[in-house]
Every structure is written in structure tokens, then in C-alpha cells.
Design a protein around this ligand. Structure first.
Ligand code: ADP
Ligand code: ZN
Ligand code: MG
Length: 488
């Protein structure tokens, strides 16, 4: 029997607001702020307190819902999800249940097999829990509770079970993270746990329309964990089905060190959250005018930009993806194209993904900090395109520009780097190198033709690196050719 994986994802993303979802406490970086330094009676779950919805959180959620082409509910409801856990001081989480903010969206992904749409089932708002630290000591063991994260706005995005390969899974997860960053709603810092995945995994016989029994793997905090855990489950289920066993519905955890899933609870032990509408909050109303304002403020979406970079600028899919991975870089590219009419955009892209990326890596500078503006890079590449300087010189000049902040024009003029394309001058250099190296010339004429590259290097050195390389090569070939005819 041939089986195919069926995967549905739940994504939890913290929203980049300044204050929490239902109170005025600041959202702090839990790696920096002292524990329980950003807590008030509302997020500590004191009786008698009342929540108030954070408007900015709703706005950020709307950005995501619009970008995912969802239908947005003009009125949605908050609900209480009841369960007891020490990181949840109220004893319930405020979430959305029957009436979520948005439904029926889609996110396009690109894989080697082409483009696919992954359907989004729903997008809703909720609040994060606190953080527990379990300390296991020799004499005593205990757990520490930090409520700084309790009440931080959280967006939950749930897909339809539309993902069928690990490649699609990766493309979707990375695409989602990229989208959230581009929309400015999430930092994308996965090490800090600001995006968490849950993978629902089942198998079905190829061609069957029915879904198999699924397991749910909780708390996958990195792409690596998401992919590994899913791959592991697919293998386990494949083996079980082949042994003639049936799959039990259960909730699993993932152990990063042993790289295995472990059972957290079976179907029988499943929680009954006793959802009911949150009585302390009015229905969430999204007025049309608000929605239109948010829609108008959206940036160009990653998938559209990726395509446009290929069609408008003739870039390869790889180069386009490298550039749009960071929108500041993509903007830098487009500004350079503007600043350098007559320079092929492909050439600009390859200078950015080559020389500029190398500099960013090596210097540790961020793009916002570098000393070369798009106009500055454009000026340099215009000099190359107009044959004023050759490629090697341009690389040297760029690295000096990056170090000193001086312009290409200044450096080229001061250091006399202008490319030399004077035919007589080049012919004289070639003749001189051939005359000064009789040994090598002899070897060349007796058949060691690769020596032409050595001669090329010698002439270029004599020319201080400034000779027009194409002209130099032609002249060198010409003189060698005529010697060959003379000697035979
Ligand atoms: P819950 O986890 O609260 O029970 P749902 O039943 O709505 O929620 O499903 C949650 C996720 O599981 C969704 O992403 C959905 O696409 C996915 N899913 C549901 N059934 C299956 C299945 N048989 N195989 C794989 N994924 C599934
Ligand atoms: Zn608070
Ligand atoms: Mg679930």
C-alpha cells in the first residue's frame, strides 16, 4: 500500500505590540527583564479585574488576515478556554473559538514542483501564558513562575490539512515567518520562542479522499524541530500501518536531544476546555473603514515581490529569493536599479548578493549601517558598465568605499584607476611581456596553450590591473597567433 503524509499546522506568533493583550503592562524581552517585572492585577489573574482589548494587537492581526486573503469577520467573539496550569494565573486563557477574527485564507508556497496554495482555516487572537522554569536540585526540586509573558498578544493561525511533503512543510513554515516579519507583526526571532508550531500528522492511502487518524506534536520551536518531528512521526506511522496496526489519536511532545516524539496524552485524556464566550469583553467589531486603512498600509507581499523581481528585472528565482529575504536589502536593490540606469539589474543583484553580502558577513555591519548608499553603488557600477574601470578594479574600489565612505568617482580619480583601453599602449605591454619571457613563450609555441592565462596575468600586472581585460585578451591572442604562424 502506498501512503501519503497529510499535515496541518497550527502556528502561534507573538504580536509586536508595546503593551499586553488585555492590560497596560509592557511587553518585555524575557531574556532581559527581571522575572515578574511586567505584571499587573489583570495579567496576574486577580479576581475583580477587567480585561480591555489592545487595539494595536487587533490591527496587527488584521494585517496578517488580510495578507493571507482571509474573510474577516465584522464581528468576532472572545472566549474562555478553561484549564489549570501554573503558567496560567486566571485558570483560563482568553482566546477565540466559534467566532474567530478571520477564516478561509491562503498562502502560496513555491517548491521544486511549482507553486501551491496552502489553505488557511482560521486566524484568531489570544493571549500567551507565563513561563515556567523547572529546577531539579539534589535536595529539592521546584518550579519558578515568570508572568512577564502572561497576557502577551498571540496570534493563532491554523491551516487546512493541505501539506503533503517535508519540502512543502519547510516552504510553508519559512514563508509564514517571512510574511510575519515583512508585515512588521513579529520579530521572527525563533530562538526567543516568538513563533511556535504544532504539527498535526496523519497518513492516508494515495488517492484516498478520507483523512487518517492524526497525532498532534506540540511546541515545535524551530524549523529543525518541526521538520524532524514530522519526519519522525511519518516514519513511525508508516511502520505501524505496514505492521497492520492502527494509529491512535494522541498528543505528543518532541525531545530535541533524543530526536523522538513522546506521548503527552491519549484521546481519552484529551482536555475538555469548556469554552464559553468571555463575559468580560464585548464583541470585537472591525469597522469597514478601519479594515480599508489597514489594507492600504500593507507592503507588497513576499510572493508577489518574488515574482515581480523575476519578471521586471530578469533575476533568477534564487537571486530574487536572496534579495527579498530581507526587505531592506530588496529595497536597497531597487533603489540601486533606479540610481543606475543603463546597468543591468542582474549585475546589480549579483554585486549585492556577492560583494555586499560578503562585506556584511565579514564586518558584522547591518545594511542600515554601511557607508555605501544605493546611489553610491549605482555610481560604481555605472563606471563598470561604461568600461571606465574593469571588474577587478571595481571590487577593490567597492571595498575601499565600504571602509572609508568615499565615492567611487573620488577613489578612481585619485588613485588613477581608470581603465586603459588605449590599443597602442596595450599592444606595447603585450609585446614587452612576450619579449621578456622567452622560456614561457617557447613552451607556449610548442603546445602548452594554457600559458596564455599566465601571460594575461603578467600583462595585467604590468598595466597595474587597469587594462581593459577583453581588449588585452584579444591583443594577446593576436600577437601569439602571429608568432605561431611565423614559427611554423
Ligand atoms: P484541534 O487541534 O483543536 O482539534 P482541528 O481539529 O481544527 O483542531 O485541527 C487542527 C489542525 O489539524 C488543523 O491544522 C487541521 O488542518 C489539522 N488536521 C485535522 N485533521 C487532520 C488529519 N487527519 N491529518 C492531518 N492534519 C489534520
Ligand atoms: Zn498586566
Ligand atoms: Mg490542535
Amino acid at each position: 500500500m502506498q501512503y501519503e503524509p497529510v499535515i496541518g499546522l497550527e502556528i502561534h506568533a507573538e504580536l509586536l505590540t508595546r503593551s499586553k493583550m488585555f492590560c497596560g503592562c509592557p511587553v518585555v524581552d524575557f531574556t532581559q527583564a527581571p522575572p515578574n517585572s511586567a505584571v499587573c492585577p489583570v495579567c496576574a489573574g486577580m479576581p475583580g479585574t477587567l480585561p480591555v482589548v489592545n487595539r494595536q494587537a487587533v490591527e496587527l492581526a488584521l494585517r496578517v488576515a488580510l495578507a493571507l486573503q482571509c474573510q474577516i469577520a465584522p464581528v468576532s467573539l472572545f472566549a474562555r478556554k478553561n484549564y489549570f496550569y501554573p503558567d496560567l494565573p486566571k485558570g483560563y486563557q482568553i482566546s477565540q473559538y466559534e467566532y474567530p477574527l478571520a477564516q478561509h485564507g491562503k498562502l502560496p508556497i513555491q517548491t521544486a514542483d511549482g507553486e501551491r496554495l496552502i489553505r488557511i482555516r482560521r486566524v484568531h487572537l489570544e493571549e500567551d501564558t507565563g513561563k515556567l522554569t523547572h529546577v531539579i536540585g539534589e535536595k529539592e526540586s521546584y518550579s519558578l513562575v515568570d508572568l512577564n509573558r502572561a497576557g502577551v498578544p498571540l496570534l493563532e493561525i491554523v491551516t487546512e490539512p493541505d501539506i503533503h511533503t517535508l519540502e512543502e512543510l519547510r516552504a510553508f513554515a519559512e514563508g509564514m515567518r517571512h510574511l510575519l516579519r515583512v508585515l512588521g507583526v513579529n520579530s521572527g526571532d525563533m530562538e526567543k520562542g516568538v513563533i511556535r508550531f504544532e504539527a498535526n500528522v496523519s497518513l492516508r492511502t494515495v488517492g484516498s479522499a478520507e483523512l487518517g487518524t492524526r497525532v498532534e506534536i506540540k511546541n515545535l520551536n524551530s524549523f529543525r524541530a518541526l521538520i524532524r518531528a514530522t519526519a519522525y512521526q511519518i516514519e513511525q506511522q508508516m511502520a505501524a500501518l505496514q505492521r497492520g496496526e492502527t494509529i491512535e489519536q494522541e498528543t505528543l511532545g518532541w525531545d530535541d536531544t533524543s530526536e523522538m516524539t513522546f506521548s503527552q496524552r491519549s484521546k481519552e485524556e484529551a482536555h475538555d476546555y469548556r469554552y464559553f464566550p468571555e463575559p468580560d469583553l464585548p464583541p470585537l467589531v472591525v469597522e469597514h473603514a478601519w479594515l480599508e486603512r489597514v489594507a492600504a498600509s500593507l507592503p507588497e507581499l513576499p510572493f508577489a515581490r518574488l515574482k515581480r523581481f523575476q519578471t521586471q528585472y530578469g533575476l533568477s528565482a534564487e537571486d530574487a529569493a536572496l534579495l527579498i529575504a530581507e526587505y531592506l536589502i530588496a529595497d536597497y536593490f531597487e533603489e540601486t536599479v533606479q540610481a543606475a540606469p543603463g546597468v543591468a539589474p542582474r549585475m546589480i543583484a549579483s554585486w549585492i548578493t556577492g560583494e555586499l553580502f560578503a562585506w556584511l558577513n565579514q564586518s558584522g555591519e547591518r545594511l542600515e549601517e554601511i557607508k555605501v548608499s544605493p546611489a553610491g553603488l549605482g555610481e560604481l557600477l555605472r563606471l563598470v558598465a561604461q568600461d571606465e574601470i574593469n571588474l577587478n578594479t571595481a571590487k577593490t574600489v567597492l571595498s575601499e568605499m565600504l571602509r572609508t565612505g568615499r565615492t567611487a568617482g573620488q577613489i578612481v580619480a585619485e588613485r588613477g584607476l581608470k581603465q586603459i583601453s588605449d590599443a597602442d599602449q596595450i599592444a606595447r605591454w603585450v609585446a614587452r611581456v612576450l619579449a621578456e619571457n622567452p622560456q614561457e613563450l617557447k613552451s607556449y609555441l610548442s603546445g602548452k596553450e594554457t600559458l596564455i592565462n599566465w601571460f594575461f596575468g603578467q600583462v595585467m600586472r604590468l598595466a597595474g590591473g587597469r587594462a581593459d581585460p577583453q581588449q588585452l585578451r584579444q591583443e594577446l591572442e593576436k600577437q601569439l597567433q602571429s608568432m605561431k604562424s611565423n614559427s611554423s
